[in-house]
Design a protein around this ligand. Structure first.
Ligand SMILES: [Zn+2]
Length: 423
């Protein structure tokens, strides 16, 4: 859902330069030669990291099962405590810590790449502390959800997938509600946008007014991303009273005010079109299907490999690791569908963003193209992504496609039809 930048009038930004990218016959998004080389190298590195990470996510779980580490943890927990829920308090954290450690080399490689290409400026000690906090949050959530899931599996061995799904709905809602209030502030600093950028809030309110929506200024936040990254972003998050628009301070520093209005317009699109709630509903439908498939696959795997993995039955704690394996594979296999939906939603927000700033900025098309150019340059996005990777992993359309669409999209010209606004 994240997107891009906004700017305060007092901030230094480069005036939109006459770039080859803005010529009507060239590509709408392009990089100067040295940057292009680095972007292509980054693309290759990230693709490798993704491929290895995806394989390793499956292999590491197979190892935890095949080497009977899961079985060992389960026996250890049974030796220490009798009540199953106390066993869970021992078993789940052991598994979570083991898996996090198995994935640590990839996390280190990922941050190394971010530093090497200048995308991240977070030093290793701060990164390590973030990693540790991530582990602690994961321990708490995994232990709660895993204990709940296991209790349901024990009590309703044939229908646990349905019961767990029903219980997961309020949990998902609570998670989306709580995330911006409790989880996000653990990792970044936030403040009301009006505190440092009151004049920007005034301009944004113009855009909000045109949308017909009302976003109270205290639902607009500035995130101090510049402590950690050089990249630009903005996003909509939360649910009900925690719903909010968040803009990274890096976006404000590096973009022109018009570009900021466009990026905000894109985020406003998510807000107005209810994409957080839509995402929750699609997620809930996918979870029901996923749980049903997981129920059947887990049974088959236990029948076939239960003995080899030393898992006594579905009420053995190690079954949780089998479930993790099944969910991991399902997530990887279904990624193209999830990402196709996401790309559609993001494209729709691009259309909305361009339409909502019509009449407020002088040239919405040029503004949008320029803001994609800046976004892509700051993130070193290659103009030529691998189509297979786009299909499998891109949750936004490639930046070149977004820029190309923006350049050609003018629903106010004769014969055009705006999608979200009256002409
Ligand atoms: Zn978005």
């Amino acid at each position: 859902m994240p997107l891009a930048p906004m700017a305060g009038a007092e901030q230094a930004y480069e005036p939109a330069q006459a770039r080859p990218t803005q010529q009507a016959d060239g590509p709408a998004y392009s990089l100067p030669a040295p940057k292009l080389q680095r972007a292509e190298a980054l693309d290759r590195d990230e693709n490798w990291l993704w491929a290895i990470g995806t394989l390793w996510a499956v292999i590491s779980l197979l190892l935890v099962l095949g080497l009977r580490w899961a079985a060992g943890f389960s026996r250890l927990a049974a030796r220490i405590a009798k009540p199953p829920w106390v066993q869970g308090l021992i078993f789940i954290p052991l598994v979570v810590i083991l898996l996090r450690l198995l994935h640590l080399p990839l996390a280190l490689a990922g941050h190394h790449i971010g530093l090497a290409y200048g995308l991240s400026i977070e030093r290793w000690p701060a990164w390590s502390w973030d990693w540790t906090k991530g582990l602690l949050v994961s321990l708490v959530i995994s232990t709660l959800v895993g204990s709940l899931l296991f209790a349901i599996v024990r009590h309703a061995p044939r229908r646990w997938w349905l019961w767990f799904w029903l219980l997961s709905l309020p949990l998902m809602l609570a998670g989306v509600f709580i995330q911006p209030l409790i989880i996000d502030p653990l990792f970044n600093h936030f403040e009301p946008l009006s505190k440092s950028h009151p004049e920007l809030v005034t301009r944004l309110e113009q855009v909000v007014k045109r949308s017909g929506e009302s976003i109270p200024p205290d639902h607009m936040f500035l995130m101090k991303a510049s402590e950690k990254t050089t990249q630009l972003n903005a996003y909509v998050t939360g649910f009900g009273s925690s719903k909010r628009v968040v803009v990274w301070d890096t976006s404000l520093k590096k973009s022109s005010p018009d570009e900021v209005l466009f990026i905000f317009g894109h985020e406003l699109g998510h807000y107005v079109l209810g994409d957080v709630v839509n995402g929750l509903m699609i997620g809930a439908a996918a979870a029901l299907l996923g749980l049903w498939i997981a129920f059947h696959l887990t049974r088959r795997l236990l029948c076939r490999y239960g003995e080899r993995w030393q898992i006594a039955g579905e009420d053995d704690w190690s079954t949780l690791v089998v479930l993790m394996l099944v969910f991991t594979v399902l997530t990887i296999v279904s990624a193209p569908i999830a990402n196709a939906v996401s790309r559609y939603v993001e494209h729709r927000a691009d259309v909305y963003g361009q339409e909502v700033i019509h009449g407020i900025v002088v040239n919405p098309q040029a503004t949008a193209v320029q803001s994609f150019q800046r976004l892509g340059e700051e993130s070193l996005d290659t103009p030529y992504p691998n189509p297979g990777m786009v299909f499998w992993t891109y949750d936004h359309p490639p930046i070149a496609n977004r820029a190309e669409f923006a350049r050609n999209y003018d629903p106010w010209k004769p014969g055009g039809h705006p999608r979200f606004f009256a002409k």
